[in-house]
Design a protein around this ligand. Structure first.
Ligand code: PHE
Ligand code: NA
Length: 445
């Protein structure tokens, strides 16, 4: 059987497609808003450069050397304690867990694409009412779009690396970039652009506490798709003799620039036409539609384009979240791609319905455990525990378990003199940082 591999550009777009997701356009602006902008953005950027980039290279390396599903790759690369290390590969499950809420949010986005064509809410209050009505009462709409999202994602996965994943990324990623750049250029022409710039880059360090710091680090991981085996699984299909460092650079660069471009654009619109940087997950679903309303008919066009771009970002990430487990069942249990894709799809689809219901009045009560409902728990457990844990394991694995020689033979020619710095950061800086983040996210620190 011929093994399907990504082309060079196909790999970069697919990995960037994984990285650029709801994290960049939905999450980043609202958490930046929550922590007052500037200083938070700088902490995030530094983390992306120092820790994110290093782990990106490490995660790519495991996939590239292992050439198999995440579990097998860990197993085969470990010189000792294979049967223990292989459990690190089960990080791939985290992606399926993320999908439980990710697919529901993509459903909301589909709904917003459709409704923005005809009408936008005139005020923030109205927008808030529209959003909460959908969230708290409208099971059918949410279920319908969650089903659309599940069907599309599963279908793409059945088509495989080349005919499915590479193909959709080659179309959706350039489209997403064109939409965002077009809207960004319009934002540049508005007076409020300088306010947005100021909000995002003028650092007010008084707003930075340990909570802001930890959120920034956690988000750097989430946004780069690290620690879940998504990048690893794609890297198993990288061309021979690829330059991992260059590839990692492109993915980090695209993810970071898209977050900044989207953030600047959104904040410009919110300053110019709305109530300024809003807080909370409702930012793009509540404050933004109300700001678009003020733009008249152009606002409708922008709203549709914006939510389309957001859907593209979410869908390209989704396939990468499910693919690790699909690959696992294909490699280890010799399942057909069809069977593996359908089963993994059904898993997140069905549990996703519980997540969806946990926001709905009447169901919420039974689906709330302690401080959070099921939906928020899944978000929290994946971002706070599974992701940093995955990153930690990968750093330790490449830093200590795999022989240095092997790592060097591939990366020394690509990293040159910086190899030792990278290796040191992976062995000591990253694990310590990840450990601190995990402890504080679960409330021990
Ligand atoms: N990076 C994606 C985002 O920013 C989310 C993601 C996390 C995708 C982990 C794959 C793996 O939305
Ligand atoms: Na991202």
């Amino acid at each position: 059987m011929k093994i399907a591999r990504f082309s060079r550009i196909g790999f970069i777009l697919a990995a960037a497609g994984s990285a650029v997701g709801l994290g960049n356009i939905w999450k980043f602006p609202y958490i930046a808003g929550e922590f007052g902008g500037g200083a938070f953005v700088l902490v995030y950027l530094i983390t992306v450069l120092l820790i994110g980039f290093s782990i990106m290279i490490a995660e790519m390396l495991i996939g590239y050397m292992g050439r198999k599903d995440t579990v097998t790759s860990f197993e085969e690369l470990a010189p000792k304690h294979k049967h223990i290390w292989k459990f690190a590969g089960f990080q791939g499950l985290a992606g399926l867990f993320v999908m439980i809420f990710y697919s529901v949010v993509i459903g909301w986005i589909f709904n917003y694409i459709v409704t923005s064509i005809i009408s936008l809410p005139a005020t923030v209050e109205e927008a808030e009412k529209t959003f909460t009505t959908m969230l708290r009462t409208d099971i059918m709409t949410q279920l319908f779009y969650h089903t659309v999202s599940f069907t599309w994602i599963t279908y793409v996965l059945t088509k495989g690396i080349k005919g499915g994943i590479e193909k959709i990324n080659m179309i959706l990623m350039p489209s997403l970039m064109i939409i965002l750049i077009g809207m960004f250029i319009y934002a540049l022409s508005l007076d409020a652009f300088s306010q947005a710039l100021n909000f995002m880059f003028a650092a007010d360090w008084s707003k930075i506490d340990s909570n802001a710091f930890v959120t920034a680090v956690g988000h750097a991981f989430f946004t780069l798709s690290l620690g879940m085996g998504a990048i690893m699984t794609y890297s198993a299909s990288m061309e021979k003799n690829s330059n991992l460092v260059k590839n990692a650079f492109w993915v980090v660069f695209l993810d970071t620039s898209i977050a900044i471009v989207a953030g600047l654009m959104l904040f410009t619109f919110l300053y110019q036409y709305g109530a300024g940087p809003a807080k909370g997950p409702g930012l793009v679903f509540i404050s933004l539609p109300a700001a678009f309303y003020e733009m008249g008919i152009l606002g409708n066009i922008f709203a549709v384009l914006f939510f389309l771009a957001l859907a593209f970002a979410g869908l390209t990430s989704s396939v990468s979240l499910v693919e690790p487990m699909v690959q696992y069942f294909i490699d280890r249990f010799k399942w057909s791609r069809l069977k593996a894709s359908m089963s993994m799809g059904l898993f997140f689809y069905l549990i996703g319905i519980i997540a969806l219901l946990s926001n709905v009045d009447g169901f919420k009560e039974a689906l709330t455990f302690g401080s959070k409902n099921f939906f928020d728990w899944v978000d929290y457990i994946t971002a706070a525990i599974m992701l940093p844990m995955g990153g930690l394991l990968m750093a330790l694995f490449i830093g200590f378990a795999v022989e240095k020689q092997r790592v060097e033979s591939i990366l020394k020619p690509q990293l040159g003199a910086t190899f030792e710095i990278w290796y040191f950061s992976l062995r000591y800086i990253t694990p310590v940082a990840m450990f601190i983040v995990m402890l504080s996210l679960v409330g021990v620190l």
